[in-house]
Design a protein around this ligand. Structure first.
Ligand code: NAD
Ligand code: LMR
Length: 337
């Protein structure tokens, strides 16, 4: 079943072969029992690069782990529950994926989540600095624009900060953009790749249609409408779920795609490129999402913003002051005046 169904299924969206020995990784998911955490844990259990999957949450991980452990793949699944087991869950992980935290309800902004989620990220980053300082840390938890600075500031305080290793996961913005463009062009989404830069909230999300592969020749009206839809896509899901949370399944898919890219980089594969929100320096914003070349230590090269057309320049001009404010919120949380 594994070679007939699962491997071709995984290959169909990732395009990789199975791994051996040192090319396999320990992945920890923090928030593993949640709406994102559970399907993401399943996708990681099915990923042949993952030899050990550590599930951490404040609740329910023993059941999730037993359930997953019956899936016929070699990856070993271990459960860790409660703050007391946080360090053990993270210990020696190659990759830590964080989806721990509260999601939005209709009427809320991502910023409204900061007061709760910043503490969760701080605790996890402190533990990671201690027990998994070389892990690549991929943070899904919102507000991404502010909690990535929280994680980085915590790492700096512990003298363990390596800007190549901490990522705000913005892959869902790319996945959505590819999907919407493919729908408009009536082509297979796998043929489409559109970089999305900036941040992960409203006006800070900047899709670069000028850089679309394949080239698109949308009218100005179409570009404006599609940009708005992408910037509002998270809210579209929150409203459709009507109080039951935000995007979970498309996010689990996106995080699995991003984690897989990190592992391909760790394995030494060439030309692995994904966008993510990372420590950077663009127009005064000390964190910015751009395409990144991934390698054995995380970011091998930040490929930067590149050429923008006039419309995209305006979007970036709007995004930067918002990002600067969002970043300040995160930095000040760790370093109160
Ligand atoms: P959820 O409520 O379904 O799951 C969150 C899980 O985190 C729960 O199981 C909860 O027990 C756990 N948790 C809470 N505090 C914890 C702690 N201190 N340590 C470990 N686990 C803890 O929420 P969800 O739908 O899975 O969303 C999770 C987060 O992801 C939210 O902040 C949401 O806004 C964000 N999100 C981000 C993106 C993105 O594109 N980056 C997309 C969707 C959702
Ligand atoms: C998303 O873009 O779907 C997430 O950031 C969740 C949200 O609150 O919109």
């Amino acid at each position: 079943m594994y070679s007939q169904v699962i491997k071709p299924f995984i290959q169909s969206y990732n395009g990789f072969a199975s791994c051996e020995g040192e090319e396999c990784f320990k992945v920890t998911i923090a928030g593993a029992s949640g709406g994102i955490g559970q399907p993401l844990s399943m996708l990681m259990k099915m990923n042949p690069f993952v030899k050990e999957l550590s599930l951490f949450d404040l609740q329910h991980t023993p059941g999730v782990a037993v359930d997953l452990s019956h899936i016929e793949t070699p990856c070993k699944v271990k459960a860790f529950m409660g703050a007391d087991q946080r360090r053990e869950a993270l210990k020696d992980a190659n990759i830590i994926i964080v989806s721990a935290g509260v999601p939005r309800k209709p009427g809320m902004t991502r910023d409204d989540l900061f007061n709760v989620n910043a503490y969760i990220i701080k605790d996890l980053a402190e533990a990671a600095a201690e027990v998994a300082p070389n892990a690549l840390i991929a943070i899904i938890t919102n507000p991404v624009n502010s909690v990535i600075p929280v994680a980085c500031e915590v790492m700096k305080k512990a003298n363990k900060f390596d800007p190549r290793r901490i990522f705000g996961v913005t892959t869902l913005d790319i996945v959505r953009t590819n999907t919407f463009v493919a729908e408009a062009l009536k082509i297979d989404p796998k043929e489409v790749n559109v970089p999305v830069i900036g941040g992960h909230a409203g006006d800070t999300i900047v899709p670069l249609f000028s850089r679309s592969k394949p080239h698109v020749s949308f009218s100005d009206e179409q570009i404006i409408a599609m940009t708005k839809r992408i910037q509002n896509a998270g809210t579209e899901v929150v409203e459709a779920k009507a109080g039951a949370g935000s995007a979970t399944l498309s996010m689990a898919y996106s995080a699995a795609r991003f984690a897989n890219a990190l592992m391909r980089g760790l394995r030494g594969e060439q030309n692995v490129i994904e966008c993510a929100y990372v420590a950077s320096d663009y127009g005064g914003a000390s964190y910015f999402a751009t395409p990144l070349l991934l390698g054995k230590d995380g970011i091998k090269e930040n490929l930067g913003v590149g050429e923008l057309n006039d419309f995209e320049k305006k979007l970036v001009e709007t995004a930067i002051p918002i990002l600067i404010e969002n970043i300040k919120t995160g930095v000040d949380f760790v370093n109160p005046k």
